[in-house]
Design a protein around this ligand. Structure first.
Ligand SMILES: [Zn+2]
Length: 139
């Protein structure tokens, strides 16, 4: 269990948030080991070993605040499954339906040949592609 979360203070301050102990603990769990996709429930389970009271509601609230501040990207797979992605750069996802797991696809690995004509007065803010896969019993 990590004891020193202070290295995340600058990151949280730079995002315009107050570096509370709880936020620093969550940032440590999220950002210590490279990019990851994690649900609020998974993160809550992970930080339950920390000597810090962190309810699931607190985890949820902070994940949404981190997302709003640009530290995370919310990836909604379907109405019952939302992941938080530490990779905030533009990219797509491979979704393993059997395992409930996401993997990044670099945006230049998918080429879009055509997009619909847009109504007047709107611009594309992003194009997010999910390639959903399931295990193939013959493979
Ligand atoms: Zn991702």
């Amino acid at each position: 269990m990590p004891d020193d979360f202070s290295s995340y203070e600058a990151l949280i301050r730079a995002a315009g948030l107050r570096p509370t102990k709880q936020r620093m603990a969550l940032a440590s769990a999220l950002f210590a080991d490279g990019n990851r996709h994690i649900t609020a429930e998974e993160l809550h389970k992970e930080v339950s070993s920390y000597r810090l009271p962190l309810s699931l509601a607190t985890v949820y609230n902070n994940l949404h605040q981190f997302t709003k501040a640009g530290l995370l990207r919310e990836v909604i797979v379907d109405s019952s499954k939302t992941y938080f992605d530490t990779n905030t750069s533009p990219h797509h996802h491979l979704y393993y339906e059997n395992e409930g797991r996401l993997e990044d696809i670099q945006s230049d690995n998918i080429r879009l040949r055509q997009l619909p004509e847009l109504p007047e007065g709107v611009d594309i803010s992003s194009v997010d592609i999910f390639v959903r896969v399931r295990s193939n019993p013959t493979g």
